[in-house]
Design a protein around this ligand. Structure first.
Ligand code: PLP
Length: 313
């Protein structure tokens, strides 16, 4: 049940409420409801950068590797990818080295993008402060792909503002661990969100009675943030259980709701097929990834462990 209006004219009270709520939660001046995390990141890059600019991003970062090359294809903004360190950070000395001199030979290095969580790892809080100071010193704008930033906040037991405050703009997904069916939010300064609003329109993301979607987002923000700790505990129990089966489990100390398992060669697809027969879905690619969320409880973890043990037996 949602009160609705035409959001293309900014007249949907439920969308407006979600946007105000998200802005307050992240300590930003304004926020914008977007259709997906991909749209949020693309709108952010287009709003920070002009044609011929570049953004620094993780080699496997969602906003580069998993978004169809949108920034280059639609914005003429080129990526400068770098490999993530083991904790999901980008080494600032490496970042320094790829910033281009202000010279006609080069693209203008304009934006520094990070991801939190990165492959489920909550970035160290000290790093966020260092990265922000670095970007400020080098005159780079900053964007956080915070698809799962509330997992990071819960993991570190910090206010979400303490993470968002280090970035000029932040996007987060309502439709991942927070459990809403559709949507993401982009937040930043009022001027930034004004530019973002135009790009959202240009990308076809201006919706009309979107309050029916925003209402689910409001519910998610009101009820599903603190409970992310349960997902983290379930992921840890899953990691421990899989390791006890003798599997090579990769569970970083800053891990939140994802478990990665390096399988013996050739067993990824057969295991994924076996699990799927029990309605358990994992990515069939080595290392396999298992993700916990609000529909998974402790019994489900036991069940996954039993079925996995059967496969290896
Ligand atoms: C899921 C995700 C996104 C956005 O994905 P959509 O499928 O477009 O909603 C962005 N970044 C990260 C890190 C993600 O996991």
């Amino acid at each position: 049940r949602a009160q609705v209006g035409d959001d293309v004219f900014g007249e949907d009270p439920t969308v407006n409420r979600l946007q105000d709520m998200a802005a307050r939660l992240l300590g930003k001046e304004a926020a914008l409801f977007v259709t997906s995390g991909t749209q949020g990141n693309l709108v952010a890059i287009l709003s920070h950068c002009d044609r011929g600019d570049e953004y620094i991003v993780g080699q496997t970062g969602h906003s580069y590797y998993y978004e169809g090359g949108g920034a280059a294809a639609l914005g003429s903004v080129s990526p400068q990818p770098l490999w993530y360190a083991d904790d999901g950070t980008l080494d600032l000395d490496m970042v320094e080295r790829v910033i281009k001199p202000a010279d006609h030979h080069h693209a203008r290095t304009r934006l520094f993008c990070l991801e939190n969580t990165q492959d489920g790892r909550a970035l160290p809080m000290e790093y966020l402060a260092e990265a922000a100071a670095f970007a400020d010193h080098r005159g780079l704008a900053t964007h956080l792909d915070g698809a799962r930033m509330f997992n990071a906040a819960v993991k570190h037991r910090v206010d979400p503002r303490d993470i968002a405050g280090h970035f000029d703009s932040v996007s987060f997904c309502l439709s991942k661990g927070l459990g809403a069916p559709v949507g993401s939010v982009l937040a930043g300064s009022a001027g930034f969100i004004d530019r973002a609003h135009r790009w959202r329109k240009a990308l076809g993301g201006g919706l009309r009675q979107a309050g029916v979607l925003a209402a689910a987002g409001i519910y998610a923000l009101e009820h599903h943030i603190d409970r992310l700790a349960e997902d983290h505990a379930n992921a840890e129990a899953l990691a421990d259980g899989l390791a006890a089966l003798g599997l090579d489990v990769d569970f970083h100390p800053a891990q939140t709701n994802m478990v990665f398992v390096n399988l013996p060669e050739g067993s990824d697809v057969p295991l994924a097929d076996h699990l799927r027969a029990y309605d358990i879905v994992v990515t069939a690619e080595n290392p396999i990834r298992l993700v916990t969320h609000l529909d998974i409880d402790g019994h489900d973890i036991d069940h996954v462990l039993e079925v996995t043990a059967d496969f290896f037996a």
